[in-house]
Design a protein around this ligand. Structure first.
Ligand code: ZN
Length: 184
């Protein structure tokens, strides 16, 4: 089922999401819906708070990105970054902040402990695009958005766009949910 995407000013995007205790049929269904919603919005990563669920769960699929065609879709539950290395700058965007882009500096390599879709513990090293998208999505689980991390020089440029989103003006090619309180 395609779920609507929560937008910038939604409180759920600012909350610390709760860890999962396991994977049952309702979580399996949610994972399926998250992939469906992500593909529908042409996204490459999606965190549960972006579909209105405050859970430490995210999905990604980079196979549509050049040079990453062989990457398998990934389900990440209860991620914990064990170590980081280096630093790189990359242009980021977000399905919850449509129309806004900016350069963000992040570690270039992370060592990540997480659980997969069968709730099995995994440890892996991620760099390049996977490392970048994982860090962006893990931020979502802690109530952080990429716009909080945008390089100073880009910040003024995006301020107007963020103000428009906060006032409920959203142009997206996929279903979104605009917080009711912000409509008045
Ligand atoms: Zn995002």
């Amino acid at each position: 089922m395609i779920l609507p995407i929560t937008i910038y000013s939604d409180d759920i995007l600012r909350q610390r999401a709760k860890p999962l205790k396991g994977v049952d049929s309702s979580i399996e269904e949610l994972i399926g819906s998250m992939f469906e919603s992500m593909y529908n919005a042409s996204g490459i990563g999606l965190a549960a708070p972006q579909v209105g669920k405050s859970l430490r769960l995210l999905v990604l699929d980079l196979s549509c990105v050049k040079n990453y065609e062989s990457e398998k879709p990934m389900v990440v539950i209860n991620p914990h970054i064990l170590a980081v290395k280096g630093s790189s700058e990359m242009d980021e965007g977000c399905l919850s902040v449509p129309g806004v882009q900016g350069d963000v500096v992040r570690p270039s390599l992370i060592t990540l402990k997480y659980r997969n879709e069968r709730f099995e513990e995994q440890v892996g090293e991620f760099s390049g695009m996977p490392g970048r998208v994982l860090q962006h999505e893990i931020d979502h689980l802690d109530g952080t958005l990429f716009v909080d991390r945008v390089q100073k020089r880009d910040r003024r440029k995006i301020q107007k766009e963020l103000a428009a989103l906060a006032s409920g003006i959203v142009n997206a090619s996929y279903p979104v949910v605009v917080p009711v309180s912000k409509l008045y």
